[in-house]
Design a binder for this molecule. Sequence first.
Ligand SMILES: Nc1ccn([C@@H]2O[C@H](COP(=O)(O)OP(=O)(O)OP(=O)(O)O)[C@@H](O)[C@H]2O)c(=O)n1
Ligand SMILES: [Ca+2]
Length: 495
Amino acid sequence: MSAQREMKEKNPWPVTIIIIVIGVIAIVALVTVAVLQNMPLSQKYKYGIVLDAGSSHTALYIYEWPAEKDNNTGRVEQTHSCKVKGPGISSYASDPWKAGESLKECMKEAEMKVPGKRHHETPLYLGATAGMRLLNMENGSASDQVFQAVEGALQKFPFSFQGARILSGQEEGAFGWVTVNYLDDRLKQGLETTGALDLGGASTQISFVSSNYNGSESPSNSVTFRLYGNNYNLYTHSFLCYGKDQAMKLMLAQQTKSGPETILDPCFHPGYNETKSYSDLYNSPCVSNRKPQGAPATFTHMGRGNFQQCQEVVKKVFDFTSCKYSQCSFNGVFQPLLQGPFGAFSAYYFVMNFLNLTNTSIPLDAVRQKIKDYCATPWKQVMAQHPDVKVNYLQEYCFGATYILTLLTEGYNFTSESYSNIKFIKKIKGSDAGWTLGYMLNLTNMIPAEAPDTPPLPHAGYVSIVTLMAILLFILFLVSLRPLWRRCSKHPRII
Ligand SMILES: Nc1ccn([C@@H]2O[C@H](COP(=O)(O)OP(=O)(O)OP(=O)(O)O)[C@@H](O)[C@H]2O)c(=O)n1
Ligand SMILES: [Ca+2]
């Protein structure tokens, strides 16, 4: 009995088995810890909300990105949008509280869409554009009251409200450019950038990088960025009063200079016939100083549907006479040589999409012919063919398309060749093209100036190396136990 116990004590096998088991457990633990420690956190998302208070309407956008990837490009996506019912907030100048009220429905929708536990940390921004710029010029206190009403309404929601303000035209242009290039993944990769063309209701923006522009000529058109380690010198200009709705007022002001009772407008379809009020037409600062003296209260707006004549009237809203720079677009505004591809969104897209003209490989002459035919179509026929399109939009597509073509070719100097560099777009990878995403990325510091450090090894490579090293160490350990095995073979087990 005592000899047997002695043999058992001298037998090293149980010890070896214990060592192997501990070793395997250690390897598994080591690899598990290493893998878990370096694994991306479980998919938690953060959110941001931007309200685009445009001249014609307000829209709410919700953006989402993985919580641990704040600094990476191409990861912020639009997950929801809500169109506010009614007109833009600047239209509530005489009833400011209604501007706040109007936002509530979309805000409630946002409350449902953003997970409750994220509400308090979700930044909420409201940016107003040309409609509020015009109201502010015309009546500063009315504009302040609209902002008070809007802020009061937004503060009642559980989000982290960051304020409501008017964007400058430069910001509007530059952030539209950031959005387009961020969504196209062009910034992080340092690729050639895409220019941005935004046509709103009250203003229009053009923004692009041109190698012959360093910002020294007309510095007020220059915006510089350092993004992901690359420097960008952006040319941008916003033309107030040259959005589609205000440009139409400019065009109608051309035709009502003498205060007539009736106009036969080439930019409206034959058979179109509406009574309009002079005070409504001349109610904006873009035209208010041109109101004809002694005009009647109303005029009869009749359509003639003639594209060439419409182009002639539209051309008159641009001033091509003076330029104190090396080159200009119009109204004496500097513009460097056009360069690279362009994305054209907002009303550019609405109008060209309606006319099936978003394909820019169609030659310009064919585009002109199509618009010419469309403008000449009798108004009755147009309405019958599009019963589901809002009449307010429908009546303006002839003018809209003529204006877009004139603005692009005569205003910005796109040619038959460079026209095909334009893409009419609404969304890029599911997110709307517009200034809101760029605005939020900027305010949340989500685009770093320098390229973010990337780990030297991908995650899978890292895991393989850790596992391999652990196994290697264990084998070395076993090899170092060889003397013990030898002793063990000299004392074979009895039982
Ligand atoms: N389905 C649609 C929607 C809008 N529009 C036109 O598009 C213009 C408004 O464009 P939008 O980009 O929404 O302008 P806002 O952002 O409201 O104006 P701004 O940027 O100037 O403040 C208006 O002329 C409107 O008639 C259109 O033709 N068809
Ligand atoms: Ca806009």
